[in-house]
Design a protein around this ligand. Sequence first.
Ligand code: ZN
Length: 253
Amino acid sequence: MSNENGMLKSFFRDFRDRAESFVYLDRIQEMIEYEKQSIILDYNHLTDFNHNFAFYLLQNPDEVLNTLKDDFISFLRELNDEYFYEKRNFDLQLINLPVTHKIQLRNMKKGIFPLKIVEFDGLIIKIKKPVMALIDGFYQCNRCLDVTIVKEELDGKLIQPKKCEFCDCKEFTLLEGDSTFIQKQELEIKEPITDIIGEMPTLTLTLRNDLSKMNLHKGDLISIIGLPYLHQLKKNSNDFETRLKVINVIKKD
Ligand SMILES: [Zn+2]
């Protein structure tokens, strides 16, 4: 299913809620006003707009969220191209997943993911200070001045070029003005329920951009939406661990 067959049209431009208002136009204007880089995308709106597409999101969340992000960015650029160039990096924060996708952390830790997108509660047990992370690195060769662009990988690593492909030089300078940095924050959560005998399931999460600016603290109860995946700990190793690509975090009272 692709966007080209016109199935989706433009969700962000065309969707109107039951009060007939263009919710996402308002949300984008608010985002710009408050200098944010994310927009809240309501799964219920997506269901009202195109039921099949919303259902397809549950089965192929990575693909559909990328399609929606492209759609969001193209609408944002129609409204305010300057803001797009100023911030460059944007996120969709999904809310209101169907209850069938609400799980407990312990089930995700087993490494089997019948659901590709999930929501679960967690209690923050450790939280680090936010840091700036390089996500698009522009490395200039110190000898021939050719520029190599390196992008961050799924696991958050950014591998610097080893040598220049034109002159074999191994020395590079990072062009900070051309490169893109985002704020990120690492935290560890555990399952909030205490009926488990033995080790409590925990998970380390990385929050990016606006999610890292939520002013969260140790002891806060949060709800997390994300895409679970298995990460191989070392190349050629048979050791894997469960990780999560975070889509949204909602603070609970
Ligand atoms: Zn070179």
